[in-house]
Design a protein around this ligand. Structure first.
Ligand SMILES: *Cc1c(COP(=O)(O)O)cnc(C)c1O
Length: 462
């Protein structure tokens, strides 16, 4: 039980309790967590954390809801748009900062829908044509805004299939989407082909570079072969790119960029009959906290291109060493082409099975890879489990350079555990995740997960 205390407590007392509470969380500084936190390594990590805290604090009360009152915040937002636009090869790009990838995507989908209402007024059931591997933020946007998210199977190389997407375009289509890269397997979709397809149908196209936007440009400069995905591709209308991922900014920071002001117009919302006055807003939020804007601006200025290049080099090196180590474990197989800093792998057995599963379903069994995940967790790692095929995912950052050898040793030991005791596949989380990946029970999974959430929020006790 807790209620607002009758007498306020001293700031020192409150801060001490916060620090103590934070200890209950996962140790995100130590590099044993992936995908949730993007951190600079070592001493650089320490001083960057201080920069984020102080820049955020300077603007914690600021509100970008009114760009006239907070002209300095609006200027920082414009600076962020210009810096990101140039990085993605469009000096004249326009756009907004948002609170995260999901908000960038929500804004983009709403704008595409409204654009279609103007340009294609005959459409009653708007559809976005997307690859199967698209992020769930698009499902969320479709759910909120009444847009059907038409998912198209990907090719064997796990990249979007432009021919199949072409066949999915109908008179209800309002736009196309590709990812750079897609999250589950870290491969970059063939954006140039998708852009050409969009242009040939007179459709706008969004590139979801939420995870890749602030790392692919540096990987390309490091000589990695990355297919073109940004505004250099003529058909690309808009790009979402998260500053709070490989931009190493504070949380609550993403960019939604548009090639032209004409394309962006549909993003603005204006209410004119509010007794409180005309109310206009470019994003989902009303009040927009100044802290994340200032912290993101401070990050780009503080790291600079040379800082980002070095961080990308370290992340790429760590991911390459992880991939090399995984390749040396005979029962494991990498997914994707290994061109980015995202690593995904499965068991060889699982790869065989995912082919077989199309013919016959092996219901009720767990997957060895999930048993391996359980064993990794007992060794102090957080494991990001994926479906289709059952696999594990690592979002590798510069902060993971120091953990590569430990991780690979623990991974090899976990693989041995499961090889020695196959009953582990029927224990722990393995059967649950194995089941969840199978089609016929996925509607059950949805209601079960809703129950779990309802319970978590009903008691207010996680
Ligand atoms: C992270 C991510 C998103 C969503 O971003 P949030 O910041 O979590 O809202 C969307 N697309 C891709 C590819 C992502 O990796």
């Amino acid at each position: 039980m807790i209620q607002i205390p009758e007498q306020g407590r001293s700031p020192d007392d409150v801060l001490a309790e916060l620090a103590a509470r934070a200890k209950a969380d996962t140790d995100w500084r130590g590099g044993r967590v992936f995908s949730l936190v993007y951190k600079l390594p070592g001493e650089r990590g320490h001083s960057h954390e201080r920069l984020l805290e102080r820049s955020h604090a300077l603007y914690a009360a600021g509100n970008l809801l009114n760009p006239m009152a907070f002209a300095s915040l609006k200027q920082m937002e414009s600076d962020l748009v210009e810096m990101s636009g140039r990085l993605m090869h469009c000096a004249g790009a326009v756009g907004t900062m948002t609170s995260g990838g999901t908000e960038s995507i929500l804004c983009a989908v709403a704008a595409y829908r409204d654009r279609a209402r103007r340009e294609r007024p005959w459409i009653r059931r708007p559809e976005l044509v997307v690859p199967q591997t698209i992020h769930p933020a698009f499902d969320k946007a479709g759910h909120y805004f009444g847009v059907r998210i038409r998912k198209v199977p990907v090719r064997d190389d796990l990249r979007a299939d432009p021919l199949a997407m072409a066949r999915a375009i109908s008179r209800n289509t309002i736009g196309l989407v590709g990812s750079a890269p897609q999250y589950p397997h870290g491969v970059v979709d063939p954006i140039a082909d998708l852009g050409a397809l969009a242009r040939s149908h007179g459709l706008p196209m969004h590139v979801d570079a939420c995870v890749g936007g602030f790392v692919l440009p540096w990987l390309e400069r490091l000589g990695r072969s990355i297919p073109q995905w940004d505004f250099r591709v003529p058909g690309v209308t808009s790009i979402s790119a998260d500053l709070h991922k490989y931009g190493y900014a504070g949380k609550g920071a993403s960019m939604l960029l548009w090639r032209s002001a004409e394309d962006m117009r549909h993003q603005f919302f204006v209410a004119t009959d509010f007794p409180g006055g005309v109310y206009a807003s470019p994003t989902m939020l009303g009040t927009r906290g100044g802290g994340p804007v200032a912290a993101a601006w401070a990050t780009l200025q503080s790291l600079g291109a040379s800082g980002y290049l070095e961080l990308a080099r370290e992340a790429l090196d760590a991911s390459d060493r992880l991939r090399a180590g995984i390749r040396r474990i005979p029962t494991l197989a990498l997914l994707g082409d290994g061109s980015t800093t995202l690593v995904a792998f499965t068991t060889v057995d699982e790869l065989d099975r995912s082919l077989l599963a199309r013919l016959r379903d092996l219901a009720g069994r767990g997957a060895p890879i999930y048993a391996i995940a359980d064993r990794l967790e007992t060794r102090g790692w957080t494991a990001d489990r994926q479906h289709r095929p059952p696999s594990l995912h690592l979002t590798v950052t510069a902060n993971h350079g120091d953990i590569v050898d430990d991780y690979l040793a623990d991974l090899a030991a976990s693989v041995d555990d499961v090889a020695r005791d196959p009953s582990l596949v029927r224990a722990g989380t393995a059967p649950v995740y194995g089941m969840a990946g199978k089609l016929p029970v996925r509607f059950l999974v949805r209601s079960r997960v809703r129950d779990v959430f309802a319970k978590m929020y009903a008691s207010n006790r996680p």
